[in-house]
Design a protein around this ligand. Structure first.
Ligand SMILES: NC(=O)c1ccc[n+]([C@@H]2O[C@H](COP(=O)([O-])OP(=O)(O)OC[C@H]3O[C@@H](n4cnc5c(N)ncnc54)[C@H](OP(=O)(O)O)[C@@H]3O)[C@@H](O)[C@H]2O)c1
Length: 425
């Protein structure tokens, strides 16, 4: 049987899961794939640290050359995380003709063009299924199973931490701060959760997914990003009363050569398939001209779900005859023929605190109408002190810039915009 010798860059949560999966699954791998996978060296920061897998101490090293410079190692598997030094280490491996498998969305989203060019120049493979949505095979679906489609739009819940927080706020009416603290305690949020809660983690993943869906490089810097840190239990409760569920949504749409890519809190009707995706689950809902609507759902993180994607990539790399590469010219910037649209159309949920006197509603409707924004639904939520009332408005679809202009003209003596949340159907 053919032996494939591999090296690890990192051995934390994901690396430990990959070790355990390769170890516990080796009989099936031998039987199904006719290969034996042997891990020869494992790069870590601290060799004395306790590990979640039984990697022998003699395999651990702090010298990257022992992995990327070893001629016997043909596949380097990276789960160190972060842009650097991970990108430089992967480039060194690719330039030495080794195939790279990575779970690192930051390195792929920011340096894909450099990694891809090195892979192609040196006849090596580059695999990154685990970098987007953990166990969900979205990369393989976009590259293979859905390749006979023009994908027009894609909406995803692609960050488990924020989905866990928003699901609990929706179900139990808890505050953002209280759920975040609990999520940290349960290990569902990082001690520094900024990348998740500010939307960047989802934006890195969206940049990769949208590039594959639209067969064009969609650079990370083109993604509009807004996180969940300003959301309140009150917003979620009011939306719920109107039949909406709040999600941090990654949205990508393409019409001809115009593309929208955005990550922001979004209300969805409670009947939408994505509204049923709760807790730390991820899901991607998309529409292709031939396949029509579909949704892929599963675990977007965790040691074994992520290892499922990494080990599949290792096996594909180890057994394929030629490595496949994306269909598009993978350059740092987007193709000049594409336009990135930051004036998308959607409906808006506005939570206002308004003066409680006759004529106020007409004034608000007038400021909106001036920018051609019309009201679809309005709800008054009881009374507050000092003669002010909470008012909820959901508009019909309107361009983003018209909406921003309309609310910038609101007179704060009459009403204050407490929140503005986009609504998708
Ligand atoms: N965790 C998940 O559920 C998940 C899901 C999908 C994708 N990912 C991605 O997978 C990657 C790894 O995540 P993780 O949760 O496994 O991270 P982690 O637990 O922090 O593990 C990182 C590993 O890399 C090693 N490392 C980090 N910087 C290093 C350096 N400069 N030199 C040598 N070794 C270094 C660490 O060594 P020490 O152990 O000695 O500190 C550790 O073993 C990230 O890109 C992440 O985005 C994670």
């Amino acid at each position: 049987m053919k032996e494939i010798v591999i090296g690890f860059l990192g051995c934390g949560n994901v690396g430990g899961g990959v070790w355990n999966l390769l170890d516990g699954f080796k009989k099936e791998i031998a039987h199904r794939n006719h290969v034996a996978i042997r891990v020869k060296k494992v790069l870590v920061r601290d060799v004395s640290k306790a590990r979640t897998c039984a990697v022998p101490a003699e395999l651990l090293t702090t010298e990257v050359d022992e992995v990327v410079g070893d001629p016997e190692i043909s596949i380097v598997v990276e789960f160190m995380g972060g842009e650097q030094p991970a990108t430089e280490y992967m480039l060194r491996a690719l330039k030495a003709g080794k195939t790279v498998v990575t779970a690192n969305k930051v390195a792929v989203a920011l340096n894909w063009h450099r990694l891809q060019a090195a892979a192609q120049e040196h006849n090596a493979g580059l695999y990154y299924e685990a970098s987007v949505c953990g166990a969900i095979p979205i990369i393989a679906a976009l590259q293979h199973s859905l390749q006979a489609n023009r994908i027009g739009h894609m909406m995803g819940i692609i960050n488990g931490t924020t989905n866990y927080i928003l699901s609990r706020m929706y179900e139990r009416g808890e505050s953002y701060e209280a759920v975040l603290e609990d999520a940290k305690r349960l290990g569902l949020a990082e001690p520094n959760p900024a990348s998740d809660v500010e939307g960047y983690d989802a934006a890195y993943k969206l940049s990769i997914m949208a590039s594959l869906a639209f067969h064009a490089r969609i650079p990370f810097k083109k993604v509009y990003v807004e996180g969940i840190t300003k959301l309140t239990a009150m917003d979620i409760a009011c939306g719920k009363e109107m039949g909406y569920v709040l999600k941090l949504l990654a949205v990508a749409k393409r019409e001809e050569d115009t593309i929208q890519v955005r990550v922001h809190p979004t209300f969805l009707p409670e009947t939408h398939p994505l509204s049923q995706v709760n807790g730390s689950f991820n899901a991607v809902y998309l529409h292709g001209h031939a396949c029509q609507e579909m949704m892929l759902q599963g675990r977007g993180a965790g040691d074994m779900p992520t290892a499922s994607a990494v080990v599949s990539d290792i096996l594909r790399a180890a057994t394929c005859e030629t490595h496949e590469h994306p269909t598009f010219a993978n350059t740092a910037d987007a193709d000049a023929s594409l336009t990135f649209d930051d004036n998308w159309d959607c409906s808006y949920f506005l939570r206002l605190t308004a003066e409680d006197r006759p004529g106020v509603l007409e004034k608000i409707a007038g400021w909106l109408a001036k920018e051609n924004v019309s009201i679809a639904t309005m709800m008054q939520k009881g009374r507050m002190e000092h003669g002010r009332v909470p008012l909820i408005i959901v508009t019909h679809a309107a361009p983003e810039k018209a909406m921003q202009k309309a609310i910038s003209a609101f007179d704060s003596q009459v009403c204050v915009v407490e929140s503005m949340i986009r609504v998708e159907q």
